[in-house]
Design a protein around this ligand. Structure first.
Ligand code: G3P
Ligand code: MG
Length: 252
């Protein structure tokens, strides 16, 4: 049985706040969401921060990239202004800042490990080790284990494998834009608990196969209530959404 929340606010606050910021987490919370997905990448000095794109230009102004910039400098960057003046001054947060915020407010986290190209193993390793420290109270034999711990996900097999080696007791979901024929083998190698996939490429047959094999099935990014109802009917366990205004936290 899927032990996690079923509706998750994508990048913190979906379309209502600048992605991957503390303001986004607060926005999701204000809308009743106690489950968030966000993207984590390493700074030049190996500090996990919330960023989706390795290159600057979309959510933070300027040239350069996350893996070439020190965390102290990333934290000074404005990650809110692109979204709207009301969010100007909102900084790039560290993963630790966001994890502490989520712990404080009882928000469950789907931590997407999003390595900059070439940093796959390092990112998985660092994020997993830090998560283990931050969630030491929830590790086995604490019976709260599954519900309290974050769920890692990544499109990078290497990052997830590295996370598995560093923190085997923190669950993993493998992200596949399209489910490839070797999906089961990959999940088995990763000792993953779930497959995360785009709802656009999912079919009822594939959903049934994943469920029959005993895995959780998580879809991104579902923004229409009718579509959410449809894929839930196929056996999908959970999904993230940008439209937290249209699809409430209690949708299921
Ligand atoms: O984790 C689901 C989803 O966030 C994956 O795509 O590009 O939004 O990180 P992306
Ligand atoms: Mg993501």
């Amino acid at each position: 049985m899927w032990p996690y929340p079923k509706v998750i606010a994508h990048r913190g606050g979906g379309t209502l706040a600048p992605e991957n910021t503390l303001a986004a987490m607060q926005c999701g919370l204000d809308r009743g969401f106690h489950a968030v997905e966000f993207d984590v990448m390493l700074s030049k000095d190996g500090i996990p921060v919330l960023m989706h794109d390795p290159e600057f230009g979309r959510t933070v102004a300027g040239q350069g990239s996350v893996p070439q910039t020190l965390a102290a400098d990333l934290l000074k960057m404005d990650a809110g202004k692109w979204f709207g003046e009301a969010f100007a001054g909102e900084s790039v947060p560290t993963y630790e800042m966001v994890a502490l915020f989520c712990q404080q407010h009882g928000i469950w986290m789907n931590v997407e490990i999003k390595p900059a190209p070439g940093y796959e193993k390092e990112t998985g390793n660092v994020v997993a080790k830090l998560t283990r420290q931050l969630f030491s109270a929830a590790l086995p034999p604490n019976p709260m284990l599954m519900q309290a711990l974050p769920l890692f996900s990544s499109f990078s097999f290497d990052a997830l494998m590295s996370a598995k080696l560093a923190a085997p007791d923190i669950p993993r979901g493998f992200l596949m834009d399209k489910i490839t024929p070797d999906w089961l083998q990959q999940l088995q190698e990763l000792e993953a608990v779930a497959l995360h996939t785009s709802h656009k490429n999912l079919t009822p047959e594939l959903a049934a196969a994943v469920k029959q094999a005993g895995y959780g099935l998580f879809c991104y990014t579902v923004n229409l209530p009718e579509r959410a109802t449809e894929i839930l009917g196929w056996g999908v366990d959970a999904f993230c959404t940008d439209r937290i205004d249209l699809i409430g936290a209690n949708f299921i």
